[in-house]
Design a protein around this ligand. Structure first.
Ligand code: DGL
Length: 294
């Protein structure tokens, strides 16, 4: 265990800029730490993609972050945490922290009667990752889940306190509202921005659990336990933000800043000059036997 701490940055990734809600929490809780962020803006959303695709994208990003010499990887994306965490942990020696376990733990602690709701993308809810993690911690807990795919575009539109968002929330949350919940896990990077509206919709007695904030807390605990926190001698933290695409630069920066809660530092867009799939030879791959329709 290093005795003097570890000045290397924390790697964080997400399907896009939603993961900046987790970076915001890391900045608040671990102000000495440098962060390297990767947002896969060229390929988002992940929330409606298959496990195989999300895992492949996650492995590519982890490989990029490992080359930036990060000391750990925080998978801020709930969808990637649901689908790819085990594969990432198998593949890398550095700690990989997802959002699922920390949020499940916080929800169990906040739910004396074990009545827990989960909202997230179609992929996250479909994977059952939260329900499984809660069952491991509290086998008698009752978990009710609901996919809320329209929340992501509504947040990106900036409609955080808008009548349309309220209407959509009423529709999505109708069953959860009658489920007599102790807590509701916000299982998507974008949902903390809707916390006010969701709090109102669910009622004051339901505790909202922010998965990004819990992951940031877990990251601090893990780094501290392993002697990996940045030492005071490391000086001012240095942050780097990488994206795979930067669409509509100005409005994009505005949205990014609403996630991060402060001005976005300079971002770098990674170049994607590798041979894409449509220029590679696929001759060696099995083809579909004649007579079978794909
Ligand atoms: N970042 C994703 C998540 O937390 C939401 C956006 C997407 O579908 O890519 O699941």
């Amino acid at each position: 265990m290093p005795l003097n701490g570890d000045p290397r940055p924390i790697g964080v990734f997400d399907s896009g800029i939603g993961g900046l809600t987790t970076v915001r929490e890391l900045f608040a809780r671990l102000p000495r730490e440098s962060v390297v962020y990767f947002g896969d803006t060229a390929r988002l959303p992940y929330g409606n993609k298959s496990k195989e695709t999300v895992t492949r994208f996650s492995l590519e990003i982890a490989s990029f972050l490992a080359r930036q010499h990060v000391k750990c990887i925080v998978v801020a994306c709930n969808t990637a945490s649901s689908h790819a965490l085990d594969t990432l942990r198998d593949r890398y020696d550095i700690p990989v922290i997802g959002v699922i376990e920390p949020a499940a733990k916080a929800a169990v602690a906040a739910s004396p009667r074990g009545r827990i709701g989960v909202v997230g993308t179609l992929a996250t809810v479909g994977s059952n990752a939260y329900a499984d993690a809660i069952a491991r911690l509290a086998p008698r807990a009752v978990v009710q889940q609901r996919a809320c795919p329209l929340f992501v575009p509504l947040v990106e539109e900036g409609w955080l306190d808008h009548k349309v968002t309220r209407l959509v929330a009423e529709e999505y949350l109708a069953e959860l509202k009658t489920a007599d919940l102790d807590s509701l896990i916000l299982g998507c990077t974008h949902y903390p921005l809707l916390a006010g509206l969701l709090h109102e919709a669910m009622g004051a007695s339901v505790r909202l659990v922010d998965s990004g904030a819990e992951a940031a807390l877990a990251t601090g605990e893990l780094l501290s336990a392993r002697g990996l926190l940045a030492p005071a001698s490391a000086g001012e933290p240095r942050h780097h933000f990488f994206l795979s695409d930067e669409p509509r630069r100005r409005s994009f920066a505005r949205i990014a800043e609403s996630f991060l809660g402060r001005a976005l530092p300079k971002v770098s867009v990674v170049d994607q000059t590798d041979l894409p799939w449509f220029e590679r030879s696929h001759a060696s791959e099995p083809s579909i036997p004649s007579g079978e329709t794909p």
